[in-house]
Design a protein around this ligand. Structure first.
Ligand code: M6R
Length: 615
């Protein structure tokens, strides 16, 4: 996620901005830039890489003494990590400067319109479109910056946290937000801005958090003015006194990044679906599918290659694609695929899935398939990563940076992307009726909100964790779509709590693992009403007769499993294909709380790395 820092006031802004950017490094980023201004003089410095490199670049310059500074760390979403894509962005006239967090969904339409009016673009970013759109509005309406920003934002679809500066009016900064937070720090001499409060915590503890759809004018010496972007109504902002320490703020008040990232999943999912799932229109829009329509229409087979959690998402993808689009899918461990001389046809589509986009085995599997002539369609989270660059085409998951080593929001968003792919393929192949598809799209659209409510169940999960955290082993069972979820639940527990755990298809239990069951064995069973329910109920009976401790993940209002299980967590009732999106969440919470109770290092478990870039 990008980071924003700005300062306007009597202090020297550059050190504030640079130190602030350094504090935002925890958010993850690939390029950085600063803008400083003194009267008519301005300087922009950008680098691909870290804030340390930005400091170095600045040390080689004669730097202005200034009154205003803006800085940005960019996590690429539109366009690769590159100098021209780094922020700040400047409008065509050179008058307006912008830093932006978020995604402008309709940037393509706005860009075309601006190009027709003669605007030129240096970058591939949606942010450069936004600053020029503001400029165009300002010119045509002949208004001050604040009004121009407000009018322009009313025409924008998407999410943003922005800081805008007009060099013709150097005493003012305009900030606004919708779906991407903006914190404003106040002191007697000026205003600080951050995408959270970490950048300015040393300077002030007085902060205003802008609400969504709010715009503020920051003019040193004057009272802050906050308005609603849509109806122009004046707001009375609440000034809060921050009591948190730095680490707390970086983690958004959560004790661990993993917990923060679990909570971020509803929003991450919204970002994944935004602009792609058009439920009202009954459509899925994936631009890369239009470009390669023939490849998808003629695909003989899909091979998914991945490792770890991404491989589990791939397994869910297999169920989705085969069931909806009727195209055969194979899911391979990338590490096995690359060394086993696999058969690859030119009309195969190979989908490497990777959060980091840097996993060595997945990259090698991709290269092998590419050399054999397959079409490579990647699913990655990190924009501009090696895997995303090596593919012919693909989709980003837009989960935002994942810092906890245990993958959480990457998994959910990978499943969401695979769902979109499966449904789009079904549309292309005509394997589902229009009305069936429409129904599914509506349901998918409601998942982020339902996930939000599901998070409220976490206290119940915590109670279960308290009961079973001392167990040396755990078994996870699921069928159909939820077999991969069982695998993922077991992996999460192993990774962060060091409890030995196994995931199994529930019916396989009687072929071996049942021998392990006794009163000391917690068995987590995903038993949603849609999807082999009766069969799972029989499996649960088998566990009960062997005195296993049963933890059921059940659909809302379930009664049969509840009668037998020791503990139950309810998830929303949904079509079977969407149950992984819900069933995963309690399993993430369970492993998290167990790890905390066992005093484990949740975010950096022993022996593990976030990106496995070696074999
Ligand atoms: O970055 P990738 O998705 O390619 O990473 C693959 C695995 O290394 C990763 O999912 C790993 O299993 C995680 N630690 C799981 O939480």
């Amino acid at each position: 996620m990008c980071g924003i820092v700005a300062y306007i006031g009597a202090k020297e802004p550059l050190p504030i901005v640079l130190d602030g950017l350094q504090r935002l490094e925890y958010r993850g980023y690939d390029s950085a830039g600063v803008f400083i201004s003194e009267g008519t003089k301005q300087q922009i410095t950008k680098v691909v890489g870290k804030v340390a490199a930005l400091r170095e670049a600045l040390s080689e310059k004669e730097v202005l003494t200034s009154k205003l500074g803006m800085g940005h760390t960019r996590w690429a979403t539109h366009g690769q990590p590159a100098h021209e894509n780094a922020h700040p962005h400047v409008s065509n006239s050179g008058d307006l400067i912008l830093i932006h967090n978020g995604i402008i969904e309709n940037y393509d339409i706005l860009k075309k319109e601006l190009q027709q009016r003669g605007y030129q673009f240096q970058s591939e970013t949606d942010s450069e479109v936004l600053i020029n759109w503001i400029e165009e509005v300002q010119k045509t309406e002949n208004v001050k910056l604040g009004k121009a920003v407000q009018l322009a934002l009313n025409q924008v679809i998407g999410a943003y946290g922005i800081v805008v500066y007009d060099r013709r009016n150097p005493e003012e900064l305009v900030v606004a937000c919708l779906g991407s937070p903006i914190a404003i720090g106040l002191d007697k001499e000026g205003f600080f801005v951050g995408s959270d409060a970490t950048p300015f915590l040393d300077h002030t503890r007085e902060v205003i958090y802008l609400d969504d759809n709010e715009l503020a004018l920051l003019q040193p010496g004057k009272t802050i003015q906050v308005r609603k972007i849509d109806d122009d109504s004046l707001q009375t902002p609440t000034v809060q006194q921050l009591k948190w320490n730095l680490e707390n703020i970086q983690k958004g008040g959560f004790p661990h990044f993993m917990l923060k990232e679990i909570h971020e999943q509803p929003n991450a999912l919204r970002d994944t679906l935004r602009g792609r799932l058009l439920a009202e229109e009954g459509k899925i829009q994936i631009s890369s599918f239009n470009e390669h329509h023939q490849k998808f229409a003629n695909a003989r087979r899909i091979i998914i290659v991945a490792c770890g959690t991404s491989w589990h998402a791939g397994l869910v993808g297999e169920y989705l694609i085969e069931s909806f689009a009727r195209i055969p899918v194979e899911v391979e461990y990338a590490s096995e695929f690359r060394y086993r001389n696999p058969i690859i046809y030119p009309d195969d589509i190979v989908i490497p899935i990777s959060q980091s986009g840097e996993t060595a085995d997945t990259l090698a599997a991709l290269k092998l398939a590419k050399a054999a002539g397959a079409f490579i369609y990647g699913v990655c989270n990190v924009v501009g990563s090696t895997i995303s660059r090596e593919t012919h085409s693909g989709m980003y998951t837009h989960a935002g940076p994942e810092i906890g080593v245990a993958s959480t929001k990457a998994f959910i968003t990978q499943i969401a992307v695979l769902t979109l792919i499966a449904l789009k393929l079904a549309e292309i192949k005509g394997t589902q009726s229009k009305s069936e598809l429409r129904q599914l799209l509506f349901e998918l659209d409601s998942v982020p909100d339902q996930l939000e409510s599901l998070i409220e169940q976490k206290e119940k999960v915590k109670e279960v964790a308290e009961k079973i955290h001392a167990a040396p082993n755990c078994l996870y069972l699921g069928r159909g779509y939820n077999f991969p979820v069982a695998l993922e639940g077991a992996l999460k527990l192993k990774e962060i709590s060091y409890i030995h755990a196994e995931g199994y298809p529930a019916a396989e239990m009687k072929h071996g693992p049942i021998a392990l069951i006794d009163e000391a064995m917690p068995v987590i069973v995903i038993a949603t009403r849609k999807g082999h329910y009766e069969k799972i109920v029989s499996n649960i009976q088998e566990i009960k007769s062997r005195k296993g401790v049963i933890i059921g993940i059940v659909s809302q209002g379930d009664s049969a499993v509840k009668e037998m299980a020791n503990y139950c967590i309810e998830i929303p009732e949904s079509s079977e294909c969407f149950t992984p999106l819900f069933a995963t969440l309690p399993l993430q919470f369970l492993s998290y709380y167990i790890a905390v109770l066992r005093d484990c290092n949740v975010d950096q478990p022993r022996n593990l790395a976030k990106s496995v870039t070696v074999e």
